[in-house]
Design a binder for this molecule. Structure first.
Ligand code: PMP
Length: 425
């Protein structure tokens, strides 16, 4: 791969933490898409929780694969196939390193977090759950960590138990402890809420769950892109994330699981690649990770994901986290200063999500006004309708941060909200 030479500018410098931890203005040069006008204004991209923009390193890695190395993986002796396989597997090793997994065999390529959650619910759940069993989730889950368990619940007769949260958006851990019981078979919890920004105490959750022998699945869609995530440090059993929220391509993500659990789980999908041998009478499954990767995978996507990880490593996740935390604080202060703006989600431990509600205007109308100023935010329920119901609101406006955002972006947002107030009074 020729991606390393296209990393971020080398001279960002290891300076103090906070807003000077990185230089977003230099890093923006790595993202061609950010240098454009939208509706006659410079683009201010604040929809990073939905998907992030892609650095040139990722775009180049994908196009180089198609320009130079395109071939199917694992099955060919010819040179292109070997190159494609090497790059595809090198990217798996990058994922392993990035999340500090013990082995690359425990890293399964999936389409994204949604597929990772469905894989575990479907494969682990069908094998180990029976009627009367319980799965614990939280009240701030994305729909992708609700619906797969619900469907399984209807099929098998398992019950979904939900850990509530307080007005600030913090989990009520006492409630968690009280609903954890002998019938609990799985705890599946979001690491960082996409609607509130809350960062949940995974270590404490794992400790309580493991004390009862219950495995823990972590939805890390919003955490892996914004902070160092170490699966061994978290102590969890499964963890899934999406490439497209990690500055990589869409259609690719990873599920990590403990080998001893994955080895005992049945395949999720079946067909080519996931087998060792097939007769009409019997199929012997392949070893990890191939057992869970039926069919031709998203080879370019995996290579793009590997490039995204190398790019992020060259900046450093600690520095990214420190910078985004400082930018979040700046954003919260500015938004709190506007009368009529109600921030939704103010947990002590929180990532770069600025979700807000205004009585004066519907979130969709606010989003339209912001778009006219070149500002991209998301409005709606953010696939977390129970969170909206908890606060008694239909939707929020959500500005979500990345390391390429700066205080000017926040100032532009604040100015555009002033315009909303002018229009709607
Ligand atoms: N969980 C969370 C917390 C998310 O924010 C998202 C995406 N918005 C998902 C799961 C689903 O991710 P994907 O659509 O990439 O599968």
């Amino acid at each position: 791969m020729t991606t390393r030479s296209r990393g971020p500018n080398a001279d960002v410098g290891l300076r103090a933490d906070g807003l000077s931890a990185i230089d977003p203005n230099k890093l923006r040069d790595d993202f061609p898409i950010l240098h454009q006008e939208v509706n006659g204004r410079p683009l201010v991209y604040l929809d990073n929780a939905a998907t992030t923009q892609k650095p040139r390193a990722v775009i180049d890695a994908i196009s180089n694969y198609y320009l130079l190395n395109n071939a199917n993986v694992h099955r060919g002796v010819h040179t292109l196939s070997q190159r494609a396989t090497d790059d595809y597997e090198a990217a798996r090793e990058s994922v392993r390193r990035f999340i500090n997994a013990p082995s690359a065999d425990e890293v399964i390529y999936v389409r994204g977090t949604t597929e990772g959650l469905n894989l575990v619910a479907s494969s682990y759940g069908r094998k180990y759950f029976s009627a009367g069993d319980e799965v614990i989730i939280t009240g701030m889950e994305h729909h992708s960590n609700i619906v797969p368990w619900q469907i399984l619940g209807k099929e098998i007769g398992i019950k979904l138990r939900v850990v509530p949260f307080n007005d600030d958006g913090e989990l009520l851990m006492d409630e968690f402890e009280s609903i954890l019981n002998d019938r609990t078979r799985m705890v599946s919890v979001v690491h960082q809420s996409n609607a509130l920004g809350t960062i949940n105490p995974i270590n404490a959750i794992v400790e309580l769950a493991h004390a009862r022998g219950v495995p823990v699945m972590v939805d890390a869609a919003q955490s892996v892109p914004h902070m160092p995530v170490d699966v061994q440090g978290l102590g969890a059993d499964f963890l899934a994330f999406s490439g497209h929220k990690l500055y990589g391509p869409t259609g690719i993500g990873a599920l990590w699981g403990r080998a001893e659990l994955l080895n005992d789980m049945p395949p999720y999908q079946s067909g080519g690649e996931m087998i060792r041998s097939v007769t009409f009478e019997e199929t012997i499954y392949n070893t990890l990770p191939h057992k869970f990767e039926a069919g031709t995978p998203d080879i370019a996507g995996a290579i793009g994901l590997g490039a995204a990880i190398e790019y992020l490593e060259s900046i450093g996740m600690e520095r990214i986290a420190a910078y985004e935390q400082a930018l979040l604080k700046y954003g919260e202060e500015r938004l709190r200063g506007i009368e009529g703006v109600r921030l939704i989600g103010s947990a002590q431990e929180k990532g770069g999500i600025l979700s807000f509600y205004m009585d004066a205007a519907h979130p969709h109308d606010i989003g339209t006004i912001l778009d006219a100023q070149g500002i991209a935010v998301r409005t709606g329920h953010h696939c977390a309708q129970p969170v909206m119901a908890r606060y008694g609101i239909p939707a929020t406006v959500r500005a979500s941060l990345a390391f390429y955002n700066n205080t000017d972006d926040i100032d532009a947002l604040v100015k555009a909200i002033d315009r909303v107030i002018e229009v709607f009074g």
